[in-house]
Ligand binder design. Sequence first.
Ligand code: 6PG
Length: 241
Amino acid sequence: MVRVFQNPDTLLTSLADFTLLKGEEAIRRAGSFNIALSGGSSPKKLYELIASDAYRSSLDWTRVYFFFGDERFVPADHPDSNYRMAKESLFDPLGISSGHVFQIDTSSTPGDAAANYQHKLIAHFKTDKPIFDFILLGLGDDVHTASLFPHTDALKERTLLVTDNFIPKVNAFRITFTYPLINLGNTVAFLVYGESKANAVRTALEGPHDPDAHPAQGIKPKGELIWFLDEAAARNLAKRP
Ligand code: 6PG
């Protein structure tokens, strides 16, 4: 499903409403809400909105467990750290206890970071097929998502839940959820706004099917998949919802 909103503000408000609705449903159904956050710059405003007075009392945060769909292989206090961004914009303002935040430990090697995180997931979910209630994803202008970048090894992973991935484009390692893990998700939502993403959105949704070149095309969850777009990001779509 593709939902297009007039501007980033209405998009973010709708996605915040949707996220908290999914949280309420999960807590009612299972007593907890397991959510994987995306990184980069787009979601920061969403996290700040959810942590604002308008939303902060809308969910029992003691029932929510936060994970990361990917992480840059940098220290937790590095400006590029997805954990640092979420800590500053979401966890600290909401007073989330550290026991409810599953950080990717980047203090060892990329391989250890990925293996340790996979172990954390399996221990938390008590299964080697963890089903997230909600996975938030972004979209790069090269149609990457999480840290599944075009023509990189992680795209081929069919067994591991989490892997390290060397990204030649940025000459750095990332840690990322794999397709098998993301595609187990109950709800997977892309948050994409701004005209700089219009070509990537069109390629992801209407371009030739080639997940190796366009990794977001490999996101086919068992559950629901919703694209939250603003008009600017959707402007090149031939088929408008
Ligand atoms: C990351 C993200 C990545 C991001 C896209 C879009 O760690 O960078 O998880 O997949 O969602 O690169 O990033 P922007 O929102 O900054 O454009």
